[in-house]
Ligand binder design. Structure first.
Ligand code: HEC
Length: 119
């Protein structure tokens, strides 16, 4: 009886952490739509920073495929997307997009340009 209870508790713990991990991950499919509407004109369809508007900017949009961006943490990228990048045309999207949409667009970026794990 005790072992069954312990097994149930363990399963519940694993289950809930899995669900919360999934929830905080965002939906790359929805993120793609957000990206195409809000980000593509600067960062480009290949996420390489060569969007149609990039030519006119003083500070070129970040190449989201670059090793530099790929080795940044989710948190660093979320801060850039939410708050913007100082002294650059990259303005913050907090208020313009919901937190959910920001997570979605981040998961799209991560899907297109997988994180570079620095060991
Ligand atoms: C008006 C053009 C423009 C738009 C629109 C734009 N960005 Fe940017 N983005 C930039 C520029 C410029 C930088 C800064 C490049 C630098 O600092 O060298 C930047 C930087 C970033 C970075 C930081 C990269 C790093 O390595 O630190 C992320 C992440 C990013 N943008 C994501 C997005 C997302 C997601 C969207 C849409 C929701 C978006 N951007 C919309 C121009 C833009």
């Amino acid at each position: 009886m005790k072992t069954t209870l312990a097994a149930v508790v363990i399963l519940l713990l694993i289950g809930t952490s899995w669900v919360s991990a999934q929830m905080s991950r965002g939906n790359p499919k929805i993120g793609q739509g957000v990206y195409e509407q809000q980000c593509l004109r600067c960062h480009g369809s290949k996420l390489d920073g060569n969007g149609p508007d990039s030519e006119d900017l003083i500070v070129r949009p970040a190449n989201l495929q670059s090793r530099i961006t790929r080795s940044k943490t989710d948190w660093e990228l979320l801060v850039a997307i939410s708050n913007g990048v100082l002294f650059s045309p990259m303005h913050g999207f907090r208020g313009k997009l919901t937190d959910e949409q920001i997570l979605d667009v981040l998961s799209y970026i991560r899907a297109m340009s997988p994180p570079d794990i620095v060991s």
